[in-house]
Design a binder for this molecule. Structure first.
Ligand SMILES: C[S@@+](CC[C@H](N)C(=O)[O-])C[C@H]1O[C@@H](n2cnc3c(N)ncnc32)[C@H](O)[C@@H]1O
Length: 228
């Protein structure tokens, strides 16, 4: 593990952009949870808030929303996505806390693995409450608070192979619910996904099956859904 202090959002994702799209146990769980919580996006307008490289805005034929766009704070993440012709060009620079859209624009808003980069989550939910249409919903996922408490960190390898840790602020499920409620959203559901069979191949590939045994059951992903 890296001995340097955790990196803030800008420095971390500027470094991570080149290798970001490599899937890992956390991103695999994120995909499972988001598919479950937003299985009905076909024909809807979707905003992926903190979309990174926009890798989640590529849909199989017949499963696409009516429209899909994304915003992210870090130019290098957006630029990495733009190098892939399959990804949409409907992404732009923007901050989760001040979304560059008018009110009631979207049926569905995603915020995947980004809330822990914010010191406070109230502005995020205030913005989701504003840009969602009545009847719309938000799906928010993040690194699980229990994983942080058990000493796990959000770490990545840059293109040179060096490992870095990213700063992460713990927001418990209760804090998400309180902030969402204050923004006029209603709690629909929450779930925790832990290390299990779905992610065993990552450990196997890394020749770390002993680590898999130790991590089994560890909650890695928190997922929440709120409606307007
Ligand atoms: C772990 S990545 C997730 C990217 C994407 N949601 C995915 O699942 O592939 C977190 C992203 O949040 C972005 N981010 C962090 N703080 C942000 C903010 N205040 N506004 C917009 N994006 C932000 C980072 O630049 C980074 O691309």
């Amino acid at each position: 593990m890296s001995a340097e202090p955790p990196l803030g959002t800008g420095p971390a994702y500027r470094l991570w952009a080149a290798t970001y799209d490599v899937e890992n146990p956390l991103t695999t769980m994120d995909s499972l949870a988001v598919r479950f919580f937003s299985h009905d996006i076909v024909g809807k307008s979707l905003l992926d808030a903190a979309c990174g490289t926009a890798r989640r805005l590529v849909f199989p034929k017949g499963h696409a929303p009516k429209s899909a766009c994304g915003v992210d704070l870090v130019f290098e993440m957006l630029a990495a996505g733009h190098r892939d012709p399959a990804r949409p060009r409907t992404t732009a620079s923007g901050d989760l806390r001040a979304l560059p859209f008018g009110a009631e624009r979207f049926d569905v808003v995603w915020c995947r693995l980004a809330a822990g980069h914010l010191l406070k989550i109230a502005p995020l939910y205030r913005e989701f409450g504003r840009v969602l249409r009545k009847g719309g919903y938000a799906v928010v996922t993040d690194f699980h608070p229990d994983a942080i408490r058990r000493g796990h960190a959000r770490a990545f390898r840059d293109a040179s192979g060096a490992t870095h840790v990213v700063d992460h602020v713990v927001h418990d499920a209760d804090a998400h619910e309180a902030a969402a409620r204050a923004a006029g959203l209603t709690f629909d559901a929450a779930g925790s996904l832990g290390v299990g069979m779905e992610v065993r191949p990552f450990y196997e590939h890394a020749k770390k099956l002993d680590r898999y045994t130790a991590d089994q059951g560890l909650p890695l992903l928190l997922a929440l859904r709120f409606s307007k």
